[in-house]
Design a protein around this ligand. Structure first.
Ligand code: HEC
Length: 152
């Protein structure tokens, strides 16, 4: 089974688990402190310095949005508008990040977000998506889209 299929299956499993709750959909768990960096301390300086090579343009944001709802399946957990309220969210602990949190957005550089796309958030349901599910280049478009959620 290739990585894309495996990741898609993981997402479908999460979805099925959320739906199996039926009437008793589990409550949304708390978000783990969004202000604490997810990048390990020894890699933080390097991750923070990494710049987004793709300029922030409406074209790039549009590409990112398509990936968010399409190939990336980010909406399943993070919700259509990024508020952390996707259908796969209930039952996940910690709960998916509210990507529209402006304080959290300004605390993170694009490079730190890329680190999470490449490594996931260790010990949480946030999976690794680059390069198994989406290319690094598409990851940068995705990050531009995430920035547009707070009207960069
Ligand atoms: C299976 C559910 C799930 C899917 C699918 C998912 N995420 Fe997440 N995501 C999470 C959870 C849970 C967290 C919270 C992790 C934590 O608190 O460390 C998270 C956290 C994040 C963060 C915050 C990292 C930080 O530094 O605070 C970003 C950015 C993110 N996800 C982006 C994405 C993008 C982009 C996609 C689509 C490619 C995606 N996620 C797909 C569950 C998911």
């Amino acid at each position: 089974m290739n990585t894309v299929v495996r990741i898609r299956r993981a997402v479908v499993t999460v979805l099925a688990m959320a739906l199996m709750g039926g009437a008793a959909v589990p409550a949304l768990a708390a978000e783990r402190d969004p202000m604490t960096p997810r990048v390990p301390t020894d890699q933080l300086a390097a991750a923070r310095q990494l710049e987004n090579p793709i300029p922030y343009t409406s074209e790039s944001v549009g590409k990112g949005q398509k990936i968010y709802r399409g190939r990336g399946s980010c909406n399943v957990c993070h919700g259509e508008t990024g508020q952390g309220d996707g259908i796969g969210g209930p039952g996940l602990d910690p709960s998916p990040r509210n990507l529209t949190n402006t304080r959290w957005q300004s605390a993170r550089t694009d490079g730190e977000l890329m680190w999470v796309l490449k490594n996931g958030s260790p010990g949480t349901p946030m999976i690794t998506v680059v390069p198994g599910l989406i290319s690094e280049q598409d990851g940068w478009h995705l990050i531009n889209f995430l920035r547009s959620l707070v009207g960069k």
